[in-house]
Design a protein around this ligand. Sequence first.
Ligand code: SF4
Length: 434
Amino acid sequence: MEDKIRHVICPYCGCLCDDILIEMTGGEISGVENACTLGARKFLDDAGNRLKGPIMRKGGEWVDISYEEAIDYAVKVLSEADRPLLYGWSGCMTETQAIGAHLAELIGGIVDSTTSVCHGPSILAIQEVGHPGCTLGQVKNRADTIIYWGSNTIEAHPRHLSRYTNYADAYFFHNAFRERKVIVVDVRKTVTAEIATEFVQIDQGGDYHVLSALRAIIRERGGVIPDMVAGVPKAQLIRVAEICRQAKFGALFFGVGITMTGGKYKNIRNAIEFISELNRYTKWTISPMRGHSNVYGSNEVFTWISGYPFAVDYSRGIAFYNPGETTAVDILARKEADAALIMSSDPGAHFPRVCSEHLARIPTILFDPYPSATTHLCTLQIPTAVNGIDAAGTAYRMDGIPIMTRRFMETGYPTDTKLMQEIYDRIRKVKEDA
Ligand code: SF4
């Protein structure tokens, strides 16, 4: 028997596309429509790759253990640790993130999300100069000029262009595809650059200079800038500034190509101030291209609970936030953490080697349905239901819109929310009894 399930949310990237159609045959996913390659693989490859149950490293070997044993181990390790690190949280739902933040407070640990290695600088800049943003619906229906800066959108967020920008139909345009202009700024000619009306190729690390030059031109101070700025001819900068000024509604989207290069949060601050300059003449907005499906949610949830969006250290008994000191990479590089809980992320694939080596030395508990690079570093891996497939919850799209993901099949795996709640309740009891 075949079933078609409509309006499924893709739980892969920050676009959280909500128009996925899943075909089920005999209780298994047999087809996916409307998703991009990344999203389709998330659904179709799902069942075959999952761990069957928790695995624990014992005497250099992996041993299958029960969920009860896994929870016992997690409770013991986390309740006895002096400086536990709770990291990840971008691939799980806000309900689980909230328990994670409360658990960090309970055990005096550090709770940090993958934000600290992607758009942390964007948040620091927004804290300084604000965020002239808007929803993706506004962009889709109103924007006639789009900038992708340091973001190879076609490969990283493949449906962003078809749902919200270049290829999307728009309420206020007759022929949106022909009426829109797309400017791509990057250090190399990406596939996204190939569809651009104007491609601006800048030198590595030249973002701050180019943004400053554009701001000077918009402020009628173009005379002060040299003939070439970070590899970009002055004539092209004047042309780009004019396209931006002529826009009726513009939207700048930026990726980790600008947040994680030299200048870091100062680049984003400069980009926001560039948008502020443009808003003297016309209407512009700026938004980060958030990667993981619910990384935005982690910032929201941690802020509601602690007052800070990521890198929150509860070791003083109150929330303390100092990115560069309380961020996961820094805690691990200084070898401070004596236990780690990694939720739905893969630091083994992305962190510096010194951090991975430290994770391999301490008790590290990984919550992930699939084997990953972090599996090789951890002492215990607990597979859970996959959010958006066999678990449901709330996730925040990259523009800050909360969306309820759907559970459309039953596999018998426990959800990470249920397991985290059990760990929290048991540690709380341990603390109360002590
Ligand atoms: S763009 Fe992102 S959310 Fe949309 S289908 Fe592709 S991976 Fe999924």
